[in-house]
Design a protein around this ligand. Structure first.
Ligand SMILES: Nc1ncnc2c1ncn2[C@@H]1O[C@H](COP(=O)(O)OP(=O)(O)O)[C@@H](O)[C@H]1O
Ligand SMILES: O=P(O)(O)OC[C@H]1O[C@](O)(COP(=O)(O)O)[C@@H](O)[C@@H]1O
Ligand SMILES: [Mg+2]
Length: 595
């Protein structure tokens, strides 16, 4: 797991001239390799981390201990244990579930003579059911996207708790007052989740269900009343985007929220939101524990940014990508139809470029995709502007897609924060538009069209796949609460539904891994996670890293490459004959030699 093994197997990105060093922190030795892509007349540059021997730096694991795997797994089990109300209220009573499971019979030859009666076959999820978190057994740390615990990339099973209805419930439905709150920015699917939570609560037999209006603020603003919810109220809410309950950023202190929860008699709280909301939900859960009150706090991760750790995806992301493609297509048509046309599309993604990357990949119409995870240069011989000039000269038009968090180094920092404490970013789209216009004004002009579909991609209704995801997440949130779990969130993991303890999914934002197999995929041949789609060089130029090192290098320009490398990364050596680099790239006290 990442937090146990930060040092080994971590992917590295070769810094560009503007790269921040914190993007490139890793320990041990690194071998750099270029692969000449003959068909396409370009090169791909890769960095591989060679794991050091002995104990992983900072991981606290002694790999020489023959029992290290067992210890690792034990520690993992403890970390991913999901808190239960009996942890602080040991005498909490359980009851047989009121959730009906008539249809949940097993498919097995054992039952060829007919299925057992409901009494014999309960069909519930057992508390010991687990789902495997990581499903790839990497043979070596050099495999694309390898996440290794030790230097051999040993296989260690990591199990997380399976979501679903349990046989025993810890709340009597008639004593439940359930509340739902939606916080942060909008996201397609919020209404679908609200709807499914209400419907599932009613199936259990709950009568008191309320919505807290406008996020956590609804707990403290006197003029905001709870909204009574029932199947009748929510029946058709999924047919429109937004949130029936409203959203907000900022809000009251955690202790005030818990005071309000107690005053209102709420004992189940469903919290729909992103990383900030979940930090809040976990703090509410902790406060309830401190006060020894029986409240189940369950999160459902919401964010179009897809920046929540450990899950396959968050709801709303798919829809946002689909919607973003419409903007990209418009930018492409505008650029393609204009004389020397350049289209720019800015998409959301504060610290993660998933939307921009996926929408670019899916559309096949993007030449340059800029995301926060991959630093780039704008000016200079290997900058975006020079490449745009090249594209105009060779194919007549170009389209750029930028995630909102990309290229923030170029913009003035204001230290401004929104009501939730999130940094207010500079507008990379406006900046790009300005710089591109300025650059081309002096060299023959360009017809620049800028599209900012920011809010359009998240205010829409969920698509079919998100709709299904929301439905199952909503159901499982209710099952989790009735089963007595609290401080948990629901996620989809390798296509199965699981419960995670909240801190594990918000320890840091999930970001695009430029080295992952998915992003290296040859399947989509028009844009990879990069920055360029160089169709006029007899193919495309694919580089996973910054343009500095590959795309603008003409065929055979080894000297350019060598001098660039020695200037920017003096520790690396370039072997011009076989195109191999080697050298140690290490920081701090943790330096280790290549084994
Ligand atoms: N660390 C935190 N502790 C408690 N509440 C928080 C924390 N961070 C954010 N919140 C609250 O969570 C809500 C949503 O957070 P925000 O960052 O705006 O959106 P998101 O949940 O989508 O990331 C806000 O009401 C904010 O005040
Ligand atoms: O204008 P707003 O409402 O602050 O929303 C902008 C933010 O919303 C997001 O799309 C999603 O952020 P959250 O998940 O924190 O809601 C960010 O990418 C973006 O910075
Ligand atoms: Mg957030």
């Amino acid at each position: 797991m990442e937090s146990l093994s930060p040092a080994i197997g971590q992917k590295a990105i070769l810094p560009s001239t503007t790269a921040r060093s914190d993007r490139n922190l890793f320990f041990g030795s690194v071998r750099l390799r270029t692969v000449r892509n003959i068909d396409r007349g370009c090169r791909r540059l890769r960095i591989r981390v060679q794991a050091g021997n002995g104990a992983a730096a900072g991981a606290g694991i002694e790999f020489s201990d023959p029992d290290w795997k067992l210890k690792y797994q034990r520690e993992f089990e403890t970390r991913f244990n999901i808190p239960h109300i009996t942890d602080v209220i040991p005498d909490a009573v359980s009851y047989p579930s009121t959730f009906c499971l008539k249809m949940r019979t097993p498919v097995s030859e054992e039952f060829a003579e007919g299925y057992p009666s409901d009494e014999k076959w309960h069909g519930y999820i057992n508390n010991n059911d687990r789902v495997l978190l990581k499903v790839i057994n990497y043979s070596s740390p050099s495999s694309a996207g390898a996440e290794c615990i030790d230097s051999n990339c040993s296989w260690v099973e990591q199990w997380v708790h399976r979501a679903g209805p349990r046989e025993k419930i810890f709340f009597k439905p008639e004593e439940v007052k359930a509340a739902i709150v939606t916080c942060g920015g909008l996201c397609p699917g919020l209404n679908d989740v609200i709807r499914q939570i209400v419907i599932t609560l009613e199936i259990y037999g709950v009568k008191q269900i309320v919505g807290i209006p406008f996020g956590y603020r609804g707990f403290s603003e006197k003029d905001l009343d709870e909204m009574p919810l029932s199947r009748k109220v929510v029946q058709n809410v999924h047919l429109s985007g937004g949130s029936l309950l409203g959203v907000s950023r900022g809000g009251p202190k955690v202790s005030d929220i818990v005071d309000s929860i107690q005053e209102r008699g709420i004992n189940m709280l469903f919290v729909l939101g992103g990383n900030g909301t979940h930090a809040g939900a976990n703090a509410i859960h902790d406060e309830c524990r401190k006060r020894h009150i029986k409240v189940a706090v369950v999160g459902v991760p919401k964010t179009i940014d897809n920046d929540i750790m450990l899950m396959d995806k968050t709801f709303g992301f798919d829809t946002a990508v689909e919607e973003a493609q419409r903007a990209i297509n418009s930018a492409y048509i505008e650029a393609h139809s204009a004389y020397r046309g350049i289209g720019i599309v800015k998409l959301m993604g504060r610290s993660s470029g998933f939307i921009a990357m996926q929408a670019s990949l899916a559309s096949g119409q993007i030449d340059i995709c800029l995301i926060p995870e991959v630093p780039f240069n704008l000016h200079g011989p290997h900058g975006v502007l020079r490449h745009l000039k090249y594209l105009l000269e060779t194919k007549g038009s170009a389209v750029v897609c930028a995630a909102e968090g990309a290229g923030q180094d170029f913009l003035e920092k204001t230290n401004a924060k929104d009501a939730s404490g999130n940094a207010v970013l500079g507008d990379i789209g406006v900046y790009l538009q300005h710089e591109i216009k300025k650059y081309f004004k002096e060299i023959g002009g360009a017809d620049v069209k800028y599209i900012d579909p920011t809010y359009m991609i998240r205010a829409c209704r969920a698509n079919a796949s998100d709709g299904i995801l929301c439905t199952v997440l909503g159901q499982n949130a209710v099952h989790g609460a009735f089963s007595g779990y609290s401080g948990i969130t629901v996620g989809i993991c390798n296509t199965h539904y699981v419960y995670f303890p909240i801190p594990e999914v918000i320890s840091k934002p999930r970001v695009v891994d430029p080295n992952s197999q998915a992003n290296l995929s040859e399947k989509n041949s028009s844009t990879e996670l990069v920055t360029f789609n160089n169709q006029n060089q007899g193919g495309r130029c694919e580089t996973l890293y910054a343009i500095d090192f590959a795309c603008n290098l003409e065929n055979g320009a080894d000297e350019d490459f060598e001098s660039l490398l020695s200037e920017q990364e003096p520790e690396y050596k370039y072997d011009g004959v076989v195109g191999e680099f080697s050298g140690n790239y290490s920081i701090g006290e943790q330096e280790e030699d290549d084994p």
